[in-house]
Design a protein around this ligand. Structure first.
Ligand code: SAM
Ligand code: SF4
Length: 329
């Protein structure tokens, strides 16, 4: 699959559920209304959909959500996709998780062929964790991370940089990740979905984060790429990498190789644009995958050149109305 701007689409992110056991303040409102179950693709339908993308040239799949590990029987989908990795049809199967269920699933993930995972953790302070996630228990995530390490999974921590919330902890996070053997990526807040607070208060440009870190750590630009939008630096003192994902201040669209599907089978060609294609209807229209494959190709043919995120400071409205848990991070 090659889009109109010559970019080869090889990376599929799949949101397997819009549900979550946490309510991070930048991601969800406290009283989120989740989708009716009937609208959500079954695990068998998700399998067929992923299979169709793999046959069209996708080499890497990331499962996300909502929280992927709260979806009932999610391990059956993970095991099926893991077999595609074992057969060489897929280079990588990975997931982004909040870590609360990792104690239970880490060994199963490793056995299925998952080699690395992203775990979201914005703070190392239990009280702050509870405040950011509205009720989460940080100890569960730390136990989950220990289980991931024991299972041999490589871990990257994703930390959303939040002004006035966790900015005093960045050095500690770098140190802790170094000691644990985890990589660390900072993410700028993106204006997606109506949440309860004021976005302009949360936004912290990563250029400032990097500037702050450079006072304490020796940072060197790195050529490392994971096929994602992060740009990396090496940290001499810890021997680990730090990534920066800066949708607001840096345009990473030129090298975009990915598309996203929601748990209802809607294909978004760009995280920051509203254009989408419904794949649930072609998926359910026939048992063969021909109609589905044509619908995917037609959608890729209109993948836009790039996004245009802006926090509207006058109206304080998100530029993209759907929540992050719908499209997946
Ligand atoms: N529940 C899983 C988790 O938290 O890792 C997977 C889904 S979550 C939507 C994926 C990533 O998106 C997380 O790292 C989260 O911190 C990030 N995220 C959510 N809302 C965001 C926002 N408004 N701006 C930037 N990142 C956001
Ligand atoms: Fe749940 Fe992840 Fe969103 Fe937090 S960021 S509410 S863990 S989906």
């Amino acid at each position: 699959m090659i889009d109109p701007f010559g970019r080869r689409i090889t990376y599929l992110r799949v949101s397997v559920t819009d549900r979550c056991d946490l309510r991070c303040v930048y991601c969800m409102a406290e009283d989120m209304t989740f989708l009716p179950k009937a609208e959500i693709l079954s695990l068998e339908e998700l399998e067929r959909l992923c299979g169709a993308f793999i046959r069209l040239g996708v080499r890497k799949i990331r499962l996300t959500g909502g929280e992927p590990l709260v979806r009932r029987n999610i391990m059956s989908l993970i095991n099926t996709l893991g077999r595609e990795v074992a057969d060489g049809a897929l280079d990588e199967l990975t997931l982004t998780t909040n870590g609360t269920q990792l104690s239970k699933h880490a060994a199963g993930l490793a056995a299925a062929g998952v080699r690395r995972i992203n775990v979201s953790l914005d703070t190392l302070d239990a009280a702050k964790f509870k405040a950011i996630t509205r009720w989460g228990d940080m100890a569960k995530v730390l136990d989950g991370l220990a289980a991931a390490k024991d299972a041999g999974l490589a871990v990257k921590i994703n930390t959303v940089a939040l002004k006035g919330v966790n900015e005093d902890e960045f050095d500690r996070l770098v140190e802790w990740c170094g000691a644990q053997g985890f990589d660390l990526t900072f993410i700028e807040t993106m204006p997606m979905g109506d949440v309860d607070g004021d976005r302009t208060d949360q936004y912290l440009p990563l250029s400032l984060v990097r500037h702050h870190l450079a006072q304490r750590w020796t940072l060197t630009d790195s050529d490392h790429r994971t096929g994602g939008p992060a740009r990396y630096v090496d940290v001499a003192e810890t021997g680990r990498r730090i990534g920066f994902i800066t949708p607001m201040t840096h345009n990473f669209c030129e090298s975009c190789n990915r598309v996203r599907i929601t748990c209802t089978g809607t294909l978004y060609m760009c995280l920051g644009q509203d254009d989408a294609a419904d794949l649930r209807a072609p998926l359910r229209a026939s048992e063969g995958d021909e109609t589905l494959a044509r619908a995917i190709e037609a959608a890729i043919a209109r993948k836009p050149q790039g996004h245009d995120f802006i926090i509207d400071r006058r109206h304080n409205k998100p530029t993209i109305a759907r929540h992050m848990n719908v499209t997946g991070g």
